[in-house]
Write a new protein. Structure first.
Length: 217
């Protein structure tokens, strides 16, 4: 199903399983759209429902989830507002599509990983878990959120030209200080998303206890 309702152009694909399953919130990279991560979502969790919005900020013709002033320099007021707007979208979608908001797992790549990390820091109640591929530190929260035991997978490239090793480690530390259960997966390579880290994330996710919530049709 593709829709521009609920404030975001998006796709929602219900769980194929008759069993309770989580809902993956798929958050694309700069220049991607609501279709970019659907295959990735099905690979990561074949039984999950998929909710995939398109970022509403345009950089040229490239959709993003929030404005940036330069590479790696974010418009923080826009980021905060867009994070809350995304959270409201997820809550509204849970009513429209009948999935339990307690079972939402964010899966983001690059710009999408950054808004997912922002959601963890600003709206800690929103996500049951998160898979962040090549995130930066999106912002420093004013107060430390409570993310006790929240599983977070960070996929990072040792030679990523956009994300320095120290920045990845700072994000992991920020989330750990908030109580999150962080798995930092390094691989040799850059910013590109490669099959090896998808396999690692898939294995990681399959071992996590995500509240299993039915997506009812
Ligand atoms: C991107 O191109 O998406 C950046 O590396 C990350 C961002 O701007 O959020």
């Amino acid at each position: 199903m593709s829709s521009s309702d609920l404030g975001f152009i998006h796709r929602f694909i219900p769980s194929r399983s008759g069993q309770p399953a989580p809902t993956l919130l798929l958050l694309h990279s700069t220049g991607g759209d609501e279709n970019q991560l659907l295959q990735l979502g099905s690979t990561l969790a074949p039984d999950a429902a998929l909710l995939s919005p398109r970022g509403k900020v345009l950089e040229g013709s490239m959709p993003r989830f929030f404005r940036r002033l330069a590479e790696g320099v974010f418009d923080l007021e826009d980021l905060k507002a867009r994070t809350h707007e995304l959270a409201s979208f997820v809550e509204a979608a849970s009513t429209t599509y009948h999935f339990d908001p307690a079972g939402v797992v964010a899966v983001g790549y690059s710009n999408g990983a950054n808004i997912a990390a922002s959601a963890l820091l600003l709206r800690p109640e929103l996500l049951a878990a998160a898979v962040l591929f090549h995130p930066m530190v999106p912002l420093e929260p004013e107060s430390t959120p409570t993310l006790t035991g929240r599983p977070v997978f960070i996929g990072a490239g040792q030679f990523d030209p956009m994300v320095a090793r120290a920045e990845t480690e700072r994000l992991a530390a920020l989330l750990e200080d908030a109580g999150a259960d962080v798995t930092l997966h390094w691989r040799p390579g850059g910013h590109m998303l490669i099959p090896e880290e998808i396999t690692a994330a898939q294995a990681w996710l399959s071992q996590r206890q995500i509240p299993a919530t039915a997506s009812r049709r």
